[in-house]
Design a protein around this ligand. Structure first.
Ligand code: BGC
Length: 722
């Protein structure tokens, strides 16, 4: 492995031999064969020609296989004047061939170590095909479930998001500071989308964003800081406007926030066609101005469009873009190429012959199954779950025997290996009578009647309903986040039979589940659980595994409550939820509280929390405290409790949220077992940004400990910061 000094010397030496055009070529990322998606000259310069001319530095989407990657790499190495190899990139978001639950789901595991393992597996599989940079993790805080991309991130909480960010970066890159880069089995991570993309107005993708400086810092930046601190090699600016300028063209976002405040030194790569879209935003009159603005803002790589190649040479000649700025961008890109090891061995990631034996390897599937078990959230259970051994099950609904369990943002070519719920339940020895009854949106002829008949003949109904994979993800926003109407019709019809109903909901976002909460005996949120969906879900339904997932995002009762999140401000007129007062912060026609709060999730065990205590009632500015509590499994079922610690800053110069997650622990407990859990409180958990600077203010803090963010379950303690 080369030392940073060695890399620096080599980069300078190479840079000194590059023409301006060759430098700019490194700043261009082609989108597969579609090199010139917008405005390019694909006929005269197909991909291979551009590579040979040194006009492309990296590629997204292209290599399906190690052989294809090798073919293109050979052109770069053997035909281009300087032989600089390409970086192959891909959206490896929740798995490459083995697909894990969507990130919104896996964040419900509150298990960063297992998520790290999943991204390590993703890297192992993707690098077999020549891919060396993942456009992940996606760190956008999302408080609006209409927004389809809520599925791709860790939900609504900055602390949980930060823990996941760190875990994912460590997994992809093989440890702290990118230690594993260059070993051929790990890959560069890319934090995205910087910043505020999840705050799209009205939950509509690509829409405008308005965020105050304090909210930007306290809510949207922490996970990016965590990712930068873990050593992420690259960052992708977001499509949206931040204070009127799209991130790819914003010196404030790229220089002030990302480089100066967060201290990021790696490569900044635009989102797909984001340079070109500066024109539609109304920030540039033409392509030349768009290229000028983005280059001067400090964007290193343009993805998918070809404006840098066409416009930057002239802009540099005219003195509108300083060549020193181009040099700096190219230094960063070449440094990454050295760190990835491809300057020394361009074919390091091409493992022809190893692909098949790596993909869906038993140990990869084991991680997928475990993570899917931990990600599913048991929202309600009146005792219908676990299913009685030998029960005769009427398994009805469009998700019952469907392989559409992988969710958005995955490109697995092995979707046929996805285990369905039906297959999973049958493997457990249940008698399963299955009737899909509907597709996601339409009834199969006579389907609902057939489902009702099955329900009459069986002991229990498992109702498998929800969304398909096209209903969440990018550009898949919904105005009504409900279970589609025909499936509701099915649900009502089978529930009317009077047998116990267990709803299993496949989804990429929180859905409105009020009807299910009232009418089903149990509700399990499965999310898109991945390749091992059917195994993991039937493990949970049968009781072979015990649910431990906790919601990383609030489930509202109605559309009118959105945006609804647990870490909100108190307002000057908070409502206590019961009184009939008028001039308080409430609705006339419904409660303020969610259907299921952040942190909620049931288990087949019962846990008791006792002896919550703080190591001291005072904390020095440079000190630390320990919160401890005993957690006991008071049931006869082994299980995992997820202890959650929330803090509230009672009075501060700017209002602080009613509570904020600042620590958690998964506690495995045998029946009757009790463990003492300790969680640290350090000054970095208490500081906040007041819109101008980070501050650590003296004063009183309340500590709340419990198994969900919901008020009535929390044990309260207090301390003062001196
Ligand atoms: C998405 C990014 C993604 C890129 C490349 C864009 O549309 O916003 O998240 O990395 O496409 O696929």
């Amino acid at each position: 492995m080369r030392t940073p000094e060695e890399i620096k010397t080599r980069v300078e030496e190479l840079l000194s031999r590059m023409t301006l055009e060759e430098k700019i070529g490194q700043m261009v990322q082609s989108a597969g064969t579609d090199t010139t998606a917008i405005g390019g000259d694909v006929k005269t310069s197909p991909l291979e020609g551009l590579i040979a001319e040194g006009k492309i530095g990296s590629i997204i989407y292209m290599p399906d296989s190690a052989a294809m990657a090798r073919h293109l790499q050979r052109i770069a190495v053997e035909k281009s004047r300087l032989g600089i190899p390409l970086i192959f990139c891909q959206d490896v978001i929740h798995g490459f061939q083995t697909i894990f639950p969507i990130p919104l789901a896996w964040s419900c595991s509150f298990d960063p170590d297992l998520v790290q393992r999943a991204t390590e597996v993703s890297a192992k599989e993707a690098t077999r095909a020549g891919i060396m940079l993942a456009f992940a993790p996606m760190l956008d805080i999302a408080r609006d479930p209409r927004w389809g991309r809520i599925s791709e991130g860790a939900g609504e909480d900055p602390y949980l998001d930060s823990r996941m960010a760190r875990a994912e970066v460590l997994g992809y890159q093989g440890g702290e500071g990118g230690q594993g880069l260059g070993d051929g089995e790990h890959m560069a991570a890319c934090l995205k989308h910087f910043v505020g993309y999840g705050a799209a107005e009205a939950g509509r993708d690509y829409n405008t964003v308005e965020i105050s400086p304090s909210t930007l810092h306290n809510v949207y930046l922490p996970a990016f800081q965590a990712g930068v601190d873990a050593g992420a090699a690259s960052v992708m600016p977001s499509f949206n406007l931040v204070d009127g300028v799209s991130s790819a063209a914003s010196p404030y976002v790229l220089q002030e926030l990302l480089r100066k405040e967060l201290g990021f030194e790696g490569v900044i790569v635009s989102d797909y066609a984001a340079v070109f879209e500066v024109i539609a935003h109304g920030l540039a009159a033409d392509e030349r101005e768009a290229a000028e603005r983005c280059a001067n803002a400090g964007l290193d790589i343009e993805m998918a469009t070809d404006l840098f190649n066409r416009e930057l040479p002239k802009l540099v000649m005219e003195g509108k873009v300083p060549e020193s700025l181009i040099d700096d961008a190219v230094r960063r890109i070449l440094t990454l190429k050295f760190r990835l090891g491809i300057m020394d061995d361009p074919y390091l990631y091409m493992h022809e012959g190893e692909e098949e034996k790596t993909y869906l390897a038993p140990e990869h599937l084991a991680v997928a199954r475990r993570l899917a078990q931990e990600s599913a959230v048991l929202l309600k259970n009146d005792g219908a779950l676990p299913l009685r051994k030998g029960a005769k099950i009427a398994l009805v609904g469009p998700c019952a025997d469907s392989r559409d369990q992988l969710g958005p943002w995955q490109f697995s070519k092995r979707a046929e290996r996805t285990v369905t719920l039906k297959e999973g339940l049958e493997e457990k020895g249940f008698a399963v009578l299955c009737e899909p009854a509907t597709t996601i949106h339409e009834e199969l002829v006579g389907g609902i009647n057939r489902a009702v008949k099955l329900a009459q003949d069986c002991d229990v109904v498992v109702l498998a309903v929800g969304e398909d994979m096209t209903m969440s993800g990018e550009a898949s926003c919904r105005q009504e986040i409900c279970v589609p109407a025909i499936q509701m019709e099915l649900a009502r019809a089978v529930a009317a039979v009077g047998k116990p109903v267990v709803a299993v909901v496949t989804c990429g976002r929180p859905l409105l589940l009020d009807w299910f909460d009232k009418n089903a005996n149990a509700v399990l949120c499965a999310w898109f659980a991945g390749t091992e969906a059917g195994h993991a879900l039937s493990d949970l339904l049968s009781g072979e595994a015990n649910p431990s997932g906790k919601l990383s995002v609030t489930f509202p009762r109605s559309m009118g409550q959105i945006p609804l999140y647990y870490n909100h401000m108190n307002t000057g007129r908070p409502w206590n939820g019961v009184s009939d007062e008028k001039f308080v912060s409430r609705y006339l026609d419904g409660p303020n509280t969610p259907l299921y709060p952040f942190g909620h999730g049931l288990s087949y065990s019962a846990f008791r929390l006792t002896e919550a205590a703080l190591s001291s009632g005072e904390m020095a500015r440079d000190g630390a405290l320990t919160v401890s509590a005993k957690v006991k499994n008071v049931s006869d079922v082994p299980g995992t409790a997820v202890l959650q610690m929330y803090l509230r800053d009672v009075a501060a110069r700017i209002a602080r949220p009613v509570k904020e997650l600042k620590g958690f622990a998964r506690v495995d407990l045998a029946p009757g077992e009790e463990k003492t859990v300790e969680l640290p409180i350090t000054p970095d958990l208490l500081r906040f940004h007041d819109g101008r600077e980070w501050v650590l203010e003296p004063g009183r803090f309340v500590v709340m400990l419990g198994f969900s963010s919901a008020d009535d379950q929390l044990e309260k303690l207090e301390f003062s910061l001196a």
